[in-house]
Design a protein around this ligand. Sequence first.
Ligand code: NDP
Length: 321
Amino acid sequence: AEETPIKKVILVTGGTGLVGQAIKKVVDEGLALPNEEWIFLASKDCDLTSYEATKALFDKHSPTHVIHLAAMVGGLFANMRQNLEFFRMNMAMNDNVLRCCHEGNVIKCVSCLSTCIFPDKTTYPIDETMVHSGPPHDSNFGYAYAKRMIDVLNRGYSTQYGRMFTSVVPCNVFGPYDNYSLENAHVLPALMHKCYLAKQHDTPLTTFGTGKPRRQFIYSLDLARLFVWVLRKYEEVDPIILSVGEEEEVSITDAVNAVVKGMDFKGEIVYDTSKADGQFKKTASIGKLRKYLPDFKFTPFEQAVKESCEWFVENYDSARK
Ligand code: NDP
């Protein structure tokens, strides 16, 4: 007879955020299996920068699996202002979560790196072997080094204790429940918010920088499906890049145009070139992902941007901004 699958308790830190809410949606809409209990956490459930609070949380839920998303996250300008805080907060959360995963005998933990933590001076495309190959861009060194230390922790827990703690490396994520703050947000949600206001007030849409930098953007719901696959099937400690392909990379100008279309904005667009551009590109290879999942289909960029714009307009009052 077939064995009954073990009951899994899957704890998702950062469950209220952009990625957490996307995972919740795909799980609620059918990806969850009968033997799985999914728990999505907010920061008010537990301050993960405190070891005692994190320990109490793990004692309460006894997770068998953890998806660790919680982080202090922000766009270029927030990072430039607060590199030290980005480093300290994220180091604390990552150390506490992985330590509690170890102490609580968690079977598998998947944490989150980011393509913006790779070396600034590098060859393209970037791949998973290059996480530690040189200093990150100056603009976000605090966030970048804290993220890189997740990989160090994973290696340590694996080599010393045989733990299966791994990480994924998403490119820029966007979608419902994003942070739309005009000061601190990532480029797409910031553009959506500015475009919304420009449309309301009949003013030009002012975007920062030259528009020339290039980025890969993944729709949060596509990333969520990939996350669930990683949790169930990916058995390497080494990270795996979760991104759209190199051929899907777009310029910031392309992103602006997609938002303008998604918002149905007819006004003028102004590029404020006195503002920083950030890293010119960080093109990542998805060769590893394609080896595992050759047929995974991504939502077309313009469609995903349009859906995200619609979500923002419909949820303007409650959206984070
Ligand atoms: P969000 O900013 O949308 O969400 C952050 C989450 O972390 C929230 O649920 C927040 O809880 C929680 N959190 C923050 N501080 C604490 C704390 N001290 N204790 C407990 N929980 C805390 O982030 P994203 O969903 O965008 O990011 C998820 C992961 O993906 C992060 O690890 C990020 O680094 C990574 N990533 C994101 C990318 C992106 O483009 N957005 C790109 C690549 C990687 P609450 O809301 O309840 O306060």
